[in-house]
Design a binder for this molecule. Structure first.
Ligand SMILES: [Fe+2]
Ligand SMILES: [Fe+2]
Length: 497
């Protein structure tokens, strides 16, 4: 339907009260771990399934309930730093880095031989002309060791920082930091050996490898790879524990279930089953916004920029504080599905082909899918999933039109486009606001909501400092029930150009 005149849209009729009362920290983290799986090229549920395997191994070796509580979160957040090296990896190999990340988990990259050569041949500069490809292959081979170490270092340091920022304990942060260390000292980033490697990390490395081979090649192959890499990659006592659990079949129970997330939540020790207070939810949203934005220098600070704009519009439209907080969280998480889009697409300097466009168009669907898994986030997932919809039905992924788009959906669409145009990008300076609004006004009211756009313009004309408005936004509407870090606001290492 084409809107001739701007008709005021109404707020969604929320199906459930928001914020969700009683939602557990682990329910939010386990659902958001599906986004980390996308970045790693794994089928969604990889982190949750690895967690299930790891918790069973931990129980088998008699780990204390306190330690199992820490291991549980370390396993779910093991890939928290995954997006921070995506751009660098893409530039090193000049090819789809998600595919490279996916397949490296099936390769024994510590041994130079046919397996690693074949990996290089099928993942480096795959679309380039022959000579350029050979040049890239030679360059990658020459620097393989130093660049692999650096890539792992970026990833594990960022992952550990995110865990600390979320208020998790130092052993959890350390476990994430040392995920890629190997029993024989051949891993990264510090070349730790044997019991120098934190026990949690040893369990995590084995669990994720078992999960990857289980999903790709089945149970026998999973145990076979653990045995093959025993004492090289893996702690022999842990391999023994996994063998014993595999023998009676208990290692694999429920891993192929659709509802694997429920199974993993059941294994969380009682003492860490904490409800997420308002401040914790806020921190998790902020941390994941940084994970999303770290994927590419092209999206640097985008989620926070959209959040600022969404809050400004919401306030200008005199929404309740609860609705403003809701909009801020929608904005921080709206592009979580973009973690599944390869940097070879996000950073492509030319027009996208049909396959690449299809991948881009899937990202709001993934945002919806992931956020919908969090109890109480059902409405938030609907709005986040609609951030590329247009009033004339020309948007994606559902092609909804004005009749279906609520006020919240219209706000997020305007805020998203505004930040995309206004923010400074690596390839261009920030666009002057007059120019941004001139471009956006051409799309209102037929594609963009004129009321939301005028609210944003009025906000800028009023000169109200949005970011300061945001401080303490949710402080008055909830209470912090999980110990949170007092660390200063994290600054992404992704360079701003
Ligand atoms: Fe998007
Ligand atoms: Fe966006």
């Amino acid at each position: 339907m084409l809107l001739k005149t701007a008709k005021p849209a109404s707020l969604m009729r929320r199906r459930k009260s928001y914020p969700a009362s009683g939602v557990r920290v682990s329910e939010i983290i386990s659902a958001l771990s599906y986004a980390l799986d996308l970045t790693e090229g794994r089928p969604m549920g990889h982190s949750v399934r690895s967690c299930l395997i790891g918790m069973r191994i931990a129980e088998q070796i008699g780990m204390s309930v306190h330690e199992r509580g820490e291991l549980f979160y370390a396993l779910l957040l093991k890939d928290a730093g995954c997006s921070s090296n995506s751009s660098k990896l893409f530039h090193i190999i000049s090819a789809d880095e998600i595919r490279a990340k996916r397949d490296v988990k099936l390769t024994d990259w510590t041994r130079v031989g046919w397996e690693s050569l074949q990996y290089a041949l099928t993942h480096v500069a795959t679309g380039a002309p022959f000579l350029e490809r050979v040049g890239t292959l030679v360059r990658v081979a020459a620097k393989q060791q130093t660049e692999s170490c650096e890539l792992v270092k970026i990833r594990c340091e960022r992952g550990a920082t995110i865990a600390r920022r979320l208020g998790f304990s130092e052993p959890i942060a350390q476990a994430i930091h040392s995920l890629d260390e190997h029993w024989n000292g051949g891993g990264y980033p510090d070349g730790l050996r044997g019991t120098e490697i934190p026990l949690y990390s040893r369990i995590m490395n084995l669990s994720q490898t078992l999960e990857v081979f289980l999903v790709n090649h089945g149970r026998e192959a999973a145990i076979a790879v653990a045995e093959k890499r025993n004492r090289r990659w893996f702690d022999p006592d842990l391999v023994k524990a996994a063998q014993s659990l595999a023998k009676d079949g208990s290692l694999w129970i429920d891993l192929d279930r659709e509802q694997v997330i429920d199974k993993v939540l059941y294994l969380e020790p009682e003492h860490t089953r904490l409800p997420a207070g308002e401040e914790t939810i806020e921190n998790i949203c902020q941390a994941f916004a940084e994970i999303i934005d770290a994927k590419s220098p092209f999206t640097y600070r985008h989620s926070n920029g959209v959040a600022d704009a969404a809050v400004a519009i919401s306030r200008q439209l005199a929404l309740d504080t609860e609705d403003v907080v809701f909009m801020r969280r929608v904005a921080l998480l709206h592009d979580v599905g973009k973690l599944g889009v390869s940097n070879s697409i996000l950073e492509k300097p030319a027009k996208l082909d049909d396959r690449e466009w299809a991948s881009v168009k899937r990202h709001p669907f993934y945002s919806y899918e992931i956020l919908h898994k969090i109890p109480g986030f059902e409405d938030l997932s609907e709005v986040a999933g609609a951030h590329h919809e247009k009033l004339d039905g020309s948007g994606y992924y559902r092609g909804w039109d004005a009749e279906k788009l609520s006020l919240e959906m219209r706000i997020i669409a305007v805020a998203d486009i505004y930040d995309a145009l206004a923010a400074k990008r690596p390839y261009r300076d920030a666009m002057p606001l007059e120019k941004v609004f001139e471009i956006m006004r051409k799309d209102a009211p037929q594609a963009l909501d004129a009321g939301c756009l005028e609210a944003l313009i009025a906000h800028h004309e009023s000169g109200t400092p949005t970011s300061q408005d945001l401080l303490g936004l949710s402080a008055g509407v909830g209470q912090n029930k999980v110990q949170l870090t007092s660390e200063k606001k994290h600054v992404s290492p992704v360079p701003v150009h």
